[in-house]
Ligand binder design. Sequence first.
Ligand code: DBV
Length: 255
Amino acid sequence: MSIGTTSQTLYQPFLDHAIAQIQARLDLQPYPIPEGFESKSARVGKGKREDEVLTTSYGYQSSKLRQIRASHVQGGNTLQVLNFVIFPHLNYDLPFFGADLVTLPGGHLIALDMQPLFRDDPDYQARYTQPVLPIFEFYRQHLPWGGDFPEEASAFFSPAFLWTRPTQTDVVETQVFEAFKAYLKLYLDFVDQAVPVTDPETLAEIKAAQMRYVGYRAEKDPARGMFTRFYGSEWTEEYIHGFLFDLARSPTAPL
Ligand code: DBV
């Protein structure tokens, strides 16, 4: 399949929009990025196919959100990735905001969701999934279901999981970008409304659900192979456990 002409940095407008929105709407502070991981580049391929692959990282936090982070991979027309995830503090029952926007030689792969802590709890669904469904239904008309994905991952997605493999780049630039903006806006509305949890039992459940989620994503990170090829295994493992999915090491959430 041909993906046509991809702009050099297809997901830069997504990143710019997200950063502008969180700056406008949150009491934002920087989140530390371990040294050596803010920016990493490598030359890959040979001869005419040689290209630079640059990975840049962004980290923020706010009073309700433990880590807001982005990983942006730019490696030419057929290698563009933006992985953008928001991890709430452990005294809020907010879902995770998760966007995995991936362009590889085989095409585009888009995953967008507000990933629930308690997927099967009807009250939780009523608060954090039902309000997303109208947006999901709207964009789903233009963005057909992306097909198979790992069965074990399904426990971590909501019924409003937008999962699609657009064959046209302009669909990414238009429909996917609009969907991304709509999901993020609603997520930040949820954040506005969120009140701290104080019940010890609920706090313990939240912590267990966050650990499960982060543990799964660190273990099964679909980008592990790609990063290992570009930057080696030592850099990649430290990037995954020390930045991308760092909850187990976070001082605010000790084991
Ligand atoms: N995915 C990440 C991070 C990335 C990243 C941190 C910084 O979690 C990129 C980069 N995702 C990335 C790449 C691929 C995918 C695929 C490079 C392509 C891998 C390949 O084809 O070689 C959603 N992302 C995927 C897939 C899914 C997701 C379902 C297809 C995987 C497959 O078919 O095997 N988002 C991803 C996911 C969860 C999520 C698995 C689980 C909770 O939230």
